[in-house]
Design a binder for this molecule. Structure first.
Ligand SMILES: CC(C)(COP(=O)(O)OP(=O)(O)OC[C@H]1O[C@@H](n2cnc3c(N)ncnc32)[C@H](O)[C@@H]1OP(=O)(O)O)[C@@H](O)C(=O)NCCC(=O)NCCS
Length: 175
């Protein structure tokens, strides 16, 4: 049977399934408080779900941000979660690409992510972003901080990423 993956912006009624998804995808990390704080902030947050029939298979958040004292429009990717039963079937990639396309349509210049370069490299993210995250990262995470230009903007231009309050918790930026 052919299975269709639909990608759409999340709605309030998705919250119950999103709350079930995160502990399954991240058994060792509690990202739910962050996700719960981000979702109502629809001004700053793009939240997409992947559904298969009536099942929620994955979720991604992009938070719109700025670079202090610069006029570029930017976004931070994360968290990204795919239900273990649906992993390695292209759903994470479909969510990331759908989000990047929407941000490109909004003329967002650069997207940042803190994650595994082996995964995010496939979307064009490059380690060594010159723009600093809100808190200094431990040495072992330097390569995990990556950026992608959607508009051909200069990735080597330094700066400080300015994010909404939900992200201003040091514990989100350390192992
Ligand atoms: C990481 C995650 C979002 C990927 O979603 P997915 O739908 O399983 O991924 P896709 O099917 O789009 O891509 C699968 C590919 O990514 C690779 N991959 C999956 N997770 C990876 C990871 N953490 N690091 C590196 N590569 C990874 C797989 O090996 C696979 O590679 P292949 O295509 O060469 O076989 C999903 O596995 C997940 O939710 N994991 C737990 C939560 C998590 O770690 N999220 C943060 C990601 S940094």
């Amino acid at each position: 049977m052919t299975r269709t993956v639909d990608i759409r912006e999340s709605a309030r009624h998705d919250l119950t399934e999103i709350e079930l998804l995160y502990p399954l995808a991240f058994p060792d990390e509690d990202l739910l408080p962050l996700v719960r704080d981000l979702l109502p902030d629809t001004m700053n947050v793009l939240s997409l779900v992947a559904t298969i029939g009536s099942q929620l298979a994955g979720h991604v958040v992009f938070t719109r941000s700025r670079i202090a004292e610069q006029d570029e429009s930017t976004a931070l990717l994360g968290p990204l979660a795919v239900s273990p039963v649906y992993q390695r079937q292209g759903i994470g990639g479909t969510l990331v690409r759908a989000g990047l396309q929407r941000l490109e349509d909004e003329h967002v210049d650069r997207v940042f992510v803190l994650g595994d370069p082996a995964y995010y490299g496939r979307f064009g993210f490059q380690p060594g972003a010159a723009v600093m995250p809100p808190y200094p990262l431990p040495a072992e995470w330097q390569n995990a901080w990556q950026s992608l230009s959607l508009t051909g903007s200069d990735l080597s231009r330094p700066g400080q990423l300015s994010l909404p309050d939900q992200w201003l918790q040091p514990s989100l930026w350390m192992p």
